[in-house]
Structures are given as C-alpha cells and as structure tokens.
Design a binder for this molecule. Structure first.
Ligand SMILES: [Fe+2]
Ligand SMILES: [Fe+2]
Length: 352
C-alpha cells in the first residue's frame, strides 16, 4: 500500500515521503442519495455565479512549469522539511481530487455533479504541479498507485462538508500566509513554487465558497446538534495542523516565520472566513488553549521517539502518550467557544 517513487533509490527522505503519503490519503464514500437531496435554490444566484467562475477556469494556464524550475534542487538546506511539506500538500490535493471525482461520478444532482467535476480538475492540477517539484527533488510520488487502494471509509455527507470546507479554507489561509511572508522577504524564497501560491490559493478559496453555499442553503447542517460536530471538526483540523507544523518548525523558520505565529495567523484567517457559515468560533488565542495544543506537540514528539526506539515497553509508553493526547483533545473540546451569528443572506466572499 505504499506509493512507489519514480526516481531515486530508496533513501531516508524517500522513505519518509512513502510513509507519510501512505498514512495520510483517505478514500471516502458517502450517501449519494442524501447528497442528491441538497437544495441550492435559496442561494441560486450566488451559486450560478460561482459555477460560472469555475467554467471560466481563470487558472487554466497558471500551473505550467517555467524555466525557473530548471536547475539542481538537491542541495537545498531544508530539503527534508520542504519534502515533508510538499508530501503533506500533495496528499491533501490528491485526496481532494479523488473524493471530488467520486462524488461527481455518483451524484445525480446536476449542480453538484458539475461543481465536483470542476473541483476535481483543479485538485488534480494542483497535485500534478507539486509532483513536478517532488520529482525534481528525486521523490516523485506515483499518484496512480494511490488510486489502486480500494479501502474506502464511509462518511456522512455533512462530515464531508465540514472537513472539506475547513480544509479548503485552511489551505487557502496557509498558502496566502506563506506567499505574503515571502513577498515581504523575497531573499528567503528558496524555491519558485511559492510564486504560484497566490492564484493557487484563490482556487482553494473558491472551492471553500462552494461548500459554504451548500451548508448555508441547507441550514440543518449548521444548526442544532450539528454545532457540536462543527466544533469537533474545527478542533481536529486546528490541532492536527498545530502538531504537524510544530514538528517541522524549521521549515517555517527558514521562511522568516515563527511557527506559532504562522499557525495562529492561519487560524485567525480561517476563523474569520468561516463566520460566513459556522455558528461557532474556537477560543484558540486563549493561553490555556495554546498550552494544551503544545502539550499535544510534546506528547507527539515522545510518540515519535518510542517509534524510533521500538520494542514492547515503548509500545506501552506510546499507548499512554496517545491517551494523553486524547485527554488534551477532550479538554480542548470542552473549553468555551465563541458564538457566531451566521448572516441571513449568503454572499460570495472575494478572496485575499
Ligand atoms: Fe488544491
Ligand atoms: Fe481545493
């Protein structure tokens, strides 16, 4: 179930890429009849405007590699961290591509079929573009191999909407924050791919708008007990990002950023955007909140250590550390969150 590499013999970096790419992509299936019931009439005008934008495909010619990419990239100082970043990005892009293509194939609702077709096209393009850079670094991921994984996890449509909405908006916030940091300090831009992030993040932003429209138009997804699910997904996505980024903080430092500040900035942007449709905003700036997330980082570091050491004692230790992370997550979940009044009318938000 590991993706094969296309170039270099298996070195440590390749192994990491293989491990990460194999762990992260998930293949989901859902209740397509339920998806067909989605009513888009309440947001018809904005929906049609959005679909027209997708048809116009403003980024059609954007993802072309230029001569800037030529050259030897094997001696980058933070090559390993860069590869980790690219692998986690390509995994997210490619998982989106597969999921959206599957939904497009299976839904009967023509609005959704068209939307998911466009979004799958975009994500496929993004994944291919990242893979070009991974190949330059000698660790291209064989994307077709991943599609052969037949294990699908069932996810209710609403969970797909919460998770993908957040991952699109957080993806936008991550790309734009990096882009702006490097625009301020161009001497720190160690690879041309970052110059592509501005238009790229616009794609993710528009994908997120589509999910916002769907949820706004079908308010059952964002009211009642579902508010608890929204909090759960917000927290899961934020904690995952915090832990992952802090595990590879040298990558952000190399671009002149402080990892904690970068993450908080991304959370701020994501929370501000998500007020268009989510009735709740996490209290992530609360020092207690940050302390608990940092404990999760410490535990995760120790978990990595136990994996490196191996053996039954370490396995037991790992079990306790995972429980400790579960405990921190539970405590974070019970912390008070801010209420948000979702606007009555749905209007598309311009990116940037
Ligand atoms: Fe994407
Ligand atoms: Fe996207």
């Amino acid at each position: 179930m590991y993706p094969t590499t296309t170039k270099a013999p298996v070195n440590e970096t390749t192994k990491y890429a293989q491990k990460d790419a194999a762990l992260a992509p998930r293949f989901y299936t859902t209740d397509f009849d339920k998806m067909d019931e989605i009513d888009l009439e309440p947001v018809r005008e904005e929906w049609d405007r959005l679909l027209q934008e997708f048809r116009d495909d403003p980024n059609k010619k954007h993802f072309k590699r230029t001569e800037e990419f030529e050259g030897d990239w094997s001696h980058l100082e933070i090559r390993d961290e860069f590869i980790e970043f690219l692998v986690s990005s390509i995994t997210a892009e490619f998982s989106g591509c597969i999921l959206y293509a599957e939904i497009k194939k299976r839904v009967k609702n023509p609005d959704l079929a068209e939307l998911f077709g466009h979004m799958s096209r975009d994500e496929g393009r993004h994944a291919g573009f990242i893979n070009g850079t991974l190949k330059d670094l000698g660790v291209g991921v064989d994307l077709s191999f991943l599609t052969k994984t037949k294990k699908y996890t069932f996810f209710q449509p609403k969970f797909i909407f919460y998770a993908t909405y957040l991952s699109e908006k957080i993806g936008y916030a991550r790309y734009i924050t990096i882009y702006r940091a490097l625009a301020e300090r161009p001497e720190l831009q160690f690879h041309p791919i970052f110059s592509w992030f501005l238009d790229w993040c616009n794609d993710e932003f528009r994908h997120g708008e589509a999910f916002a429209a769907i949820m706004h138009s079908n308010p059952k997804y964002i009211t009642g007990r579902n508010k608890l699910w929204i909090r759960f997904f917000l927290l899961a996505v934020f904690c995952t990002m915090w832990v992952r980024d802090h595990m590879r903080s040298t990558f952000y430092e190399a671009m002149g950023m402080d990892t904690t500040e970068y993450d908080l900035d991304v959370f701020r942007k994501t929370s501000e955007i998500s007020k268009q449709v989510f009735p709740v905003v996490l209290d992530f700036e609360n020092p207690k909140f940050i302390r608990r997330m940092n404990r999760m980082v410490e535990n995760t570091r120790k978990i990595e250590e136990t994996r490196e050491k191996g053996g039954p004692i370490q396995a037991i230790r790992r079990g306790f550390l995972m429980l400790a992370n579960g405990y921190q997550f539970g405590r974070l979940y019970t912390m008070k969150a801010h209420k948000n009044e979702v606007p009555k009318d749905f209007r598309l938000t311009p990116a940037y």
